[in-house]
Design a protein around this ligand. Structure first.
Ligand code: NAP
Ligand code: G4F
Length: 346
């Protein structure tokens, strides 16, 4: 068991929750930054919560916001982490068109605030930046570490900035700072406005007779969808190497939004054409048409490769939705068996 200390920004998000689980399993002490809201936002990590008065406690939460550089610096000084996983961001592509300045402040400049804090404290900690395949945007697939960036959204542009500032601090100040260029990764913990979770939730509710239709935008876009619980293992591996570098993490396969919809509806014995309707509100001013990651480098150096592919992912997500409906008493008869994939429990 290691006795390292990690600091996670975005610990309340999808990836933050899986990463916190993984690091606690590995024996780390984990500190997470949580932004204050009028309601609790910790539902994804409530199962990990430990009373901080317990001498055995290894998970600690602190209020903080990426827009407040002095707070971020103060926390870094106090926690003295060995590893910093920077996952916090305004992460929704469609929302970034509505809120480009907030997205830039949080997703781009938030990264600089953290890197500056590390540089100024002089801590010898390792830094992980949550970079994104959205940076490749219009560059044709397959995309790898050397593919040119051509972002298509304010979010993608902000992530390109964050990518380069991370590399700049590595080159200029010798920081151990890496970019994980992760392609879309999903799970039952995915935010409900991202397309996979939106589809899985709706298909389960339609099957249960709780709603009739699902409104979507562009069904032709293609994505390389993997399973989030596996992708956090790659984040950890990147910080365990002898020297810092950047890695693409993906499954290497691509499916259209239509394919994903079909997988979910077929899984519960429905024909998606009877229920899916078009709503132009879900279109974007500029779209990313096709993302497929080339993970040769991650396989060679990190020994990482995806085990769950998009069809199994769709199955485990929809099974989880049906289980959740059963748990809430909204469905009285199991519609499908409970999830059987071992990773579905994470
Ligand atoms: P997510 O579920 O949207 O989580 C984002 C996290 O950032 C949440 O904990 C959120 O807090 C926090 N956050 C947002 N603004 C903040 C601020 N101003 N100050 C402090 N915290 C703030 O995202 P995710 O799917 O876990 O993704 C994690 C990271 O990987 C993000 O940077 C994302 O852009 C990037 N990424 C994701 C994917 C993917 O497919 N999931 C692919 C490539 C890269 P609240 O809970 O309070 O909202
Ligand atoms: O699920 P999405 O919103 O994910 P998107 O835009 O690919 O972004 C996600 O992956 C990025 C990695 O490439 C991350 F960096 C980012 O943080 C985020 O996690 O949309 C996927 C596709 C898009 O082409 C969108 O136009 O689905 C299409 N889509 C069609 N109807 C829809 C909908 N997307 C959403 N969210 N909602 C719809 O109704």
């Amino acid at each position: 068991m290691t006795v390292k200390t990690a600091l996670i920004t975005g610990i309340t998000g999808q990836d933050g929750s899986y990463l916190a689980e993984l690091l606690l399993e590995k024996g780390y002490t984990v500190h997470g930054i949580v932004r204050r809201a009028s309601t609790f936002t910790t539902c994804r990590i409530d199962h990990l919560y430990q009373d901080p008065h317990d001498p055995e406690a290894r998970l600690f939460l602190h209020y903080g916001d990426l827009t407040d550089g002095s707070r971020v610096a103060g926390l870094l000084e106090r926690v003295q982490p060995d590893e910093v996983y920077h996952l916090a961001a305004q992460s929704h592509v469609r929302v970034s068109f509505d809120e480009p300045l907030f997205t830039a402040d949080t997703t781009a400049l938030g990264t600089t605030r953290l890197l500056e804090a590390i540089r100024n404290t002089g801590l010898p900690c390792r830094f992980y930046q949550a970079s994104s395949s959205e940076m490749f945007g219009a560059s044709p697939p397959p995309q790898h570490e050397g593919t040119a960036f051509h972002p298509r959204s304010p979010y993608g542009v902000a992530k390109v900035y964050a990518y380069w500032i991370t590399r700049n601090y590595r080159e200029a100040y010798g920081l151990y700072a890496v970019n994980g260029i992760l392609f879309n990764h999903e799970s039952p913990r995915r935010g409900p406005t991202f397309v996979t979770r939106k589809v899985a939730m709706a298909a389960a509710r339609i099957k249960a007779g709780l709603q009739d239709n699902l409104y979507l935008g562009n069904l032709d876009a293609r994505r390389d969808w993997g399973y989030a619980a596996e992708y956090v293992e790659a984040m950890w591996l990147m910080l365990q190497q002898d020297s810092p570098d950047d890695y693409v993490i993906a499954t290497g396969t691509s499916y259209s939004v239509r394919d994903f919809v079909e997988h979910c509806f077929t899984h519960v014995g429905l024909d998606w054409r009877d229920h899916v309707r078009f709503d132009e509100r879900y279109l974007r001013p500029a779209e990313v048409d096709d993302l497929v990651g080339d993970t040769s480098k991650a396989a060679r150096v990190l020994g990482w490769q995806a085990r769950v592919h998009t069809p199994e992912l769709a199955g485990l997500m929809i099974d989880a939705e049906l289980q959740a409906l059963l748990g809430k008493g909204e469905v009285t008869v199991p519609v499908v068996p409970p999830p059987t994939h071992p990773l579905a429990r994470r």
